[in-house]
Write a protein that binds this ligand. Structure first.
Ligand code: NAP
Length: 318
């Protein structure tokens, strides 16, 4: 009998209470699921389903662990954990991707169409917005989420440039890499979307120099991670930029006295750009356990080699 520890807050476990057993049954896995807080012998656990918002941080003693299956896409809080020897997978599921495409598309269209001006208007000023084809967008990070957002925006007609470590081939999306590529992407774009993971290489990616490459009046959207941005540099740059819509922050919840809350050129959304949907996630987790039990390669395994070769990035978020 496969033994699974569910290391997640109670409300998360409750959301999976029926879905997870159903998903395991559907792929033919017979398992016992233990709530994370329950007394257990670590040496008897085969799998850990893990939410970064759980209290769990010490994986030593889990000697027969076959994998830790993270429910979140972002794994910066666990990938460098030296007590964890088993493979780590991150969450990739359709609901998470669709949610991000909707958030990014919605906020791009808000700024593209000038919706704020119409909400505030008290006089008849008929200025039509440009077409999408005349509004260049840059997406930094062209993975599961950034790639889907880039494809969706390109399908609406936006000229989309994506930036990533390795070159990509996505329909209608120009792919750039390297420092020169970053500069080109930022200098050409009127809307910039941050969707790289937080790593030692990307922490502070949007520093004073990179923000300086953005065009006057350009819009910055950050549904990635707060620490991708040098906050002091962004506050300095905002008088020249058009707006920043920020979903993620170095400290979450964003403290009540943070200048972002009342800045006229900042919109704060409370880390809701996208979230893992339990129905899809239960299927992904179950499929990975089926694969692991059958000796097949796991899906969405995190390459942790780089995380061990560098200091951990900034503060862990909630
Ligand atoms: N706000 C929210 O609600 C929310 C929800 C879910 C996720 N997120 C955030 O979104 C992030 C992205 O998720 P994902 O699933 O799309 O990740 P992913 O599939 O791993 O994609 C990451 C992308 O970033 C690129 N990248 C990584 N390091 C880079 C570097 N140093 N320079 C240039 N490009 C780099 C990667 O390039 P290569 O492909 O070439 O390696 C890849 O294209 C997550 O890590 C998480 O922080 C936020």
């Amino acid at each position: 009998m496969t033994r699974i520890l569910f290391a997640a807050p109670e409300r998360t476990q409750a959301a999976y209470r029926d879905l997870l057993p159903d998903a395991l049954r559907a792929v033919g896995v017979t398992a016992t699921i233990l709530p994370g807080a329950v007394e257990h012998d670590p040496a008897e656990i085969d799998w850990i389903i893990y939410a970064p918002s759980s209290e769990m941080s010490d994986f030593s003693g889990y000697t027969r662990l076959k994998g830790v299956l993270c429910l979140w896409a972002g794994v910066e809080g666990i990938e460098g954990n030296r007590t964890l020897a088993a493979p780590l997978t991150r969450m990739v599921e359709p609901g998470l991707t669709h949610g991000m495409v909707e958030w990014v598309t919605g906020h791009v269209l808000r700024h593209h169409l000038g919706i704020d001006a119409h909400l505030a208007a008290t006089a008849w000023e008929p200025v039509a917005p440009p077409l999408a084809r005349d509004r260049p967008v840059a997406i930094l990070g062209l993975g599961e989420l950034g790639g889907a957002c880039a494809t969706a925006l390109a399908a609406l007609g936006f000229p989309v440039t994506g930036w990533s470590r390795s070159p990509k081939s996505l329909p209608g999306v120009r792919s750039l890499t390297g420092r020169d590529g970053l500069r080109t992407a930022l200098t050409k774009a009127e809307i910039v979307v941050l969707l790289t993971p937080l790593t030692a290489e990307t922490e502070g990616l949007m520093d004073a120099r990179a923000l300086g490459w953005m065009r006057d009046g350009a819009i910055l959207l950050n549904p990635g991670r707060g620490a991708l941005i040098d906050d002091a540099a962004l506050l300095d740059a905002l008088p020249r930029l058009g707006h920043a819509t920020l979903d993620t922050f170095r400290v979450e919840p964003l403290p009540p006295d943070h200048p972002y809350w009342h800045h006229p050129k900042v919109t704060v959304t409370p880390h809701i750009a996208s979230t893992t949907r339990p129905a899809g996630a239960a299927r992904v987790v179950a499929e990975n356990i089926r694969r692991g039990e059958a000796g097949l390669p796991l899906l969405h395994v995190v390459d942790r080699s780089a995380a061990f070769a560098r200091p951990a990035p900034g503060r862990r978020m909630q």
